[in-house]
Design a protein around this ligand. Structure first.
Ligand code: PGA
Length: 257
């Protein structure tokens, strides 16, 4: 982490878990144990139907609300989809874009990811752009070029002054929900390369202002070591964000660094 140049952001990704009622209960439990002072920004990304409940429940805790997906058109005949202006109107601050589960199960491509990044920024919110390699890609040695390509595609056409609103989440697919974490060195190296890619596109000043998270089985046991890497500025946390005590332990790890 480098607090001088950029924000540290700990974000939960609840995926398709917890009802609105359970969201309220989670917030009540977290309230009992969470200290008031924290300097890292904390975000919880919830299913779209729980955004209103979450915004209300987490307000006192100064936790920002994130969405897990968005459609790129602002309005129109797209049955079942939710637009960026709709999310912004509910108080959503962050939107996860291009999570590997969406790329894998819902045909998300680098092109739709790019359109969504623009839609989120146009609506005044902050995209959390997910990139990551498969195990096969890691084993064949193409991780760096693959991730550089994903970053370049996602940011295509994004103006330099908008980069401070963008968060990149490095999530190796083989580490998501598997209990397998990249080592701190592996994760730190890829995050440094992501920053180098941004530097190549936008220059050093912009690159050092961008928050880069690690995601993939981050938990209370490995968070401190991962966050100690100079180019890892936070986490995108799935499983461990569903338990108030574990999520808080990760927030505390970020606050101690
Ligand atoms: P995990 O999920 O922490 O359960 O591995 C991370 C993510 O998918 O964002």
């Amino acid at each position: 982490m480098n607090r001088r140049y950029r924000k540290t952001i700990i974000a939960g990704n609840w995926k398709m878990n917890l009802t609105a009622t359970e969201t309220k209960k989670f917030a009540e439990e977290l309230k009992k144990i969470m200290p008031r002072a924290k300097w890292c920004e904390t975000v919880i990304c919830v299913p779209a139907c729980n955004i209103t409940a979450a915004a209300k429940a987490f307000k006192d805790l100064r936790i920002s609300i994130g969405a897990e997906n968005v459609y790129f058109e602002p309005s129109g005949a797209f049955t079942g989809e939710i637009s960026a202006p709709m999310l912004a109107d509910l108080g959503v601050k962050y939107v996860i874009v291009g999570h590997s589960e969406r790329r894998q199960y819902f045909c998300e491509t680098d092109q739709t990811v790019n359109k969504k990044v623009h839609a989120v920024l146009n609506a005044g919110m902050n995209p959390i752009i997910c990139v990551g390699e498969s195990l096969e890609q890691r084993e064949t040695g193409v991780t760096d070029s693959w991730i550089a390509l994903q970053v370049k595609c996602a940011l295509s056409g994004v103006a330099a002054e908008r980069l401070r609103h963008c968060v990149i989440a490095y999530e190796p697919i083989w580490a998501i929900g598997t209990g397998k974490t990249a080592t701190a060195e592996q994760a730190g190296e890829v995050c440094s390369n992501i920053r180098a890619t941004i530097r190549g596109l936008y220059g050093a000043r912009v690159a050092r202002s961008v928050t880069i998270q690690y995601g993939g089985s981050m938990n209370p046991g490995n968070a401190a070591e991962l966050l100690a890497q100079p180019d890892i500025d936070g986490g995108l946390i799935g499983g461990a964000s569903l338990k108030p005590d574990q999520f808080l332990d990760i927030i505390n790890a970020a606050n101690q660094e």
